[in-house]
Design a protein around this ligand. Structure first.
Ligand code: DLL
Length: 434
């Protein structure tokens, strides 16, 4: 199945296409997509017409910038299924993601989409180190969330024996890992730490576990968490990225032997990085908002989706022979961006300060409050010892490195919210509350 020269690549004819061929394929796919949107989705046609555009206006890849973005609000306005491009009878599955308030975002798949979903997740798992015949412990939530069923379909496609554990029930998870001896686990990074805690409480050591690879995503995380998960569970951990509006997990994944950026499966998902303020493309390698077009999706093709995720496309060569571009970690979201007294702060910047300091755990929480007209940010961090000097040192480092004055509160181990298997919310905004 693998190419002799490209042992890390599952589908060389897709993952290692010569660049001119890949770009030609993308242009053809985007044109096809525009044609389908124009013909079958009235809301899309109306937006093209309002902008004076037809699908024929896409002559080269740069022309894509002339076409409008799709935003979460466009999906909400068309709730539940107004943007689908195939008849209702053709649909085979629905997923939904929680909105920031009000109605969830509903996404639909037909048989062709489910085939693509399994394909890109299979590639992601392969890049993460999984190989046919291994056993796969899937601790992503099953249900409307795309994580559980999405990983599940790809794992079966790759030929893994899949254990559909879903989230929560940590003791039972450990017992299953002990009994079924999986080599591969998938869950959120914060839940991987919860499992590590529980394992240590039981007196288990990494070498007692069969696990070798962890596929972690669905929430922001950093190298500090990677190193911790790797050391405590005895695995190689890679980042899996994705979102419901585009497909679910499996838009991109790191390669376990490289761990330097996640390969975007660009033969299905076309990436752009744009300035969060102007929407204009940024210079190569610069940070900005990731915008994705799901070129090959049939039931719900989405053009230029404004993910709100801040990342960059990594410059330079990769070491795996793929011709696909890699994205960096998600540094934050354009909308969970905290603006504190005029300074833009991403929670991950605070995490980076903690990482460099070393003496604290990766469990932290950002609490925003308002006193009078003043916004205050409290960084709550778990530490084995509550020394006032350490708290002051963190406040000083944040001031110097991030440029804002914050308050640091040290908490006892185990007191901050933990993941229940779902996404962990790091920011609690109490500014609207009395
Ligand atoms: O979280 C899909 C997924 C499931 C990805 C399992 C990976 C693993 P949504 O619920 O629609 O879909 O949430 C999508 O989650 O826009 C990011 O803000 C965030 N996100 C997803 N993966 C990562 C990651 C799934 N690896 C939103 N790093 C996205 C950072 C991530 N943030």
């Amino acid at each position: 199945m693998t190419h002799p020269d490209l042992p890390d690549v599952l589908r060389p004819e897709r993952e290692a296409l010569p660049l001119p061929e890949l770009r030609a394929l993308q242009l053809a796919q985007l044109r096809d997509m525009l044609g389908r949107l124009h013909e079958r989705v009235p809301a899309s046609r109306a937006r093209f017409e309002a902008a004076g555009l037809t699908p024929n206006d896409l002559k080269n890849l740069e022309d894509l910038q002339r076409f409008p973005f799709t935003r979460k609000a466009d999906l909400t306005a068309a709730y539940p299924l107004g943007l689908t491009a195939v008849p209702r009878k053709q649909l085979r599955r629905i997923h939904a993601s929680s909105g920031t308030g009000g109605k969830p975002t509903v996404v639909a798949y037909d048989a062709h989409d489910l085939d693509i979903f399994a394909e890109v997740v299979a590639r992601s798992l392969y890049a993460a180190g999984a190989r046919p015949g291994m056993t796969f412990h899937n601790a992503y939530g099953y249900g409307l969330f795309t994580g559980g069923l999405g990983l599940h379909g790809g794992a079966e496609r790759l030929g893994l024996c899949t254990v559909p554990v879903s989230g929560g029930g940590t003791e039972r998870q450990l017992a299953l890992i002990d009994d079924l001896q999986p080599e591969v686990i998938a869950c959120t990074p914060s839940y991987a730490l919860v499992l590590a805690d529980a394992m240590e409480k039981r007196g288990l050591k990494p070498e007692d576990l069969s696990l070798r690879y962890a596929v972690l995503g669905a929430e922001p995380w950093s190298d500090k968490t990677r190193h911790e998960v790797e050391a405590r569970l005895g695995v190689k951990a890679t980042n899996i990225y994705g979102l419901s509006e585009i497909i679910g997990p499996g838009v991109s994944n790191e390669d376990a032997r490289e761990q330097q950026g996640s390969y975007i499966w660009e033969d299905h998902f076309y990436p752009e990085i744009v300035d969060p303020g102007t929407g204009e493309p940024v210079a190569d390698g610069d940070w900005g908002v990731l915008v994705l077009s799901s070129m090959t999706r049939s039931a719900l093709p989405i053009l230029r989706y404004w993910t709100g995720d801040i990342t960059r496309l990594l410059p330079g060569e990769n070491r795996t022979g793929r011709t696909l571009r890699r994205m960096d970690i998600i540094r934050g979201r354009s909308d969970d961006l905290v603006i504190l007294r005029g300074v833009n702060v991403y929670p991950t910047q605070l995490e980076a300060v903690l990482t460099r300091l070393g003496q604290v755990s990766p469990h932290y929480e950002v609490v925003l409050t308002r006193t009078g007209l003043m916004d205050e940010l409290t960084l709550r961090v778990e530490t084995p010892e509550q020394s006032a000097a350490l708290g002051e040192e963190i406040e000083r480092l944040v001031k110097v490195q991030v440029g804002v004055t914050i308050r640091c509160e040290l908490c006892e181990s185990g007191t901050l919210p933990r993941s229940e298997g779902g996404k962990l919310r790091r920011v609690r905004d109490l500014r609207g509350e009395r």
